[in-house]
Design a binder for this molecule. Structure first.
Ligand code: FMN
Length: 224
């Protein structure tokens, strides 16, 4: 769906999710992330960048697992510590994944995905058209109920900071794994929160599209 159509539907309050394209499992088990793999950190930093053209193929299970772990995974099980920081370790940013077969919530402790909705919400995750067909859109959602220790005036700022750290982990993982990604804030918040069925304490902060980079067009035959 094109950007102008989304803007018009959004103004009319008519930007909605589609039914899931296939039946999604209630839970998706994920393989453990590898420890010694990927590019050296410095090389990944050299390659980090935003890309906006995606191949629609689904990510491999191992790629999906490592992507989610990079964003929100438990890296110090004895403490329940995560790969990204959060103010007072509130761990208030929930990671949703919009897939063609449904909307899923990442459970960091169990390292698996749980289906939240049997709808394809990808097209509601942003005004740009590539979000509809890229294989997945991540959604960073603040759960304000987890921030009781943070002064009320600071909660949104702290949650955005935590989501930004998670998103940069995703950028670096994608750079290392040869995947394309772009962090996004241009979406219809009301439509998305409605489509995701979020509760009163939940707030969508940012979205991030991930997929294999679109194949480069075949080069034109060289002129004789
Ligand atoms: C908070 C934030 C919001 C952004 N929102 C969008 C967006 O809605 N759509 C988009 O295409 N890019 C978005 N971007 C990506 C920026 O356009 C991109 O990071 C910037 O152009 C620099 O390019 P680089 O990431 O390749 O260095 C956003 C980036 C940030 C940090």
């Amino acid at each position: 769906m094109g950007t102008l159509t989304k803007l018009a539907l959004g103004l009319m309050g008519q930007l909605h999710a589609r039914p899931a394209l296939a039946e999604g499992a209630p839970t998706l088990k994920l393989p453990a992330p590898r420890r010694r793999a990927g590019l050296p950190l410095m090389e990944a930093l050299w390659r980090r960048g935003s890309q906006r053209e995606f191949d629609p193929r689904a990510l491999r299970k191992a790629e999906l697992a490592e992507l989610l772990w990079a964003a929100a995974g438990v890296n110090r099980p004895e403490l329940g510590g995560r790969t990204a920081p959060s103010a007072m370790n509130s761990q208030e940013v929930q990671l949703y994944v919009a897939l063609p077969q449904g909307l899923y919530l990442y459970d960091p402790a169990a390292h698996l995905l749980r289906q939240a909705l049997a709808s394809d919400v990808r097209r509601v995750t942003g005004y740009q058209d590539f979000v509809d067909t890229a294989p997945l859109d991540l959604l960073y959602v603040a759960d304000h109920a987890r921030m009781s220790l943070v002064p009320a005036a600071q909660r949104a700022a702290y949650a955005y900071a935590a989501a930004g750290a998670m998103a940069q982990n995703v950028y670096l993982y994608c750079a290392s794994a040869g995947l394309a990604t772009v962090l996004r804030a241009w979406f219809d918040r009301a439509a998305l929160e409605r489509a995701m069925g979020l509760g009163p304490d939940q707030q969508v902060l940012l979205a991030q599209t991930v997929g294999a980079p679109a194949a480069a067009p075949a080069a034109a035959p060289a002129a004789e």
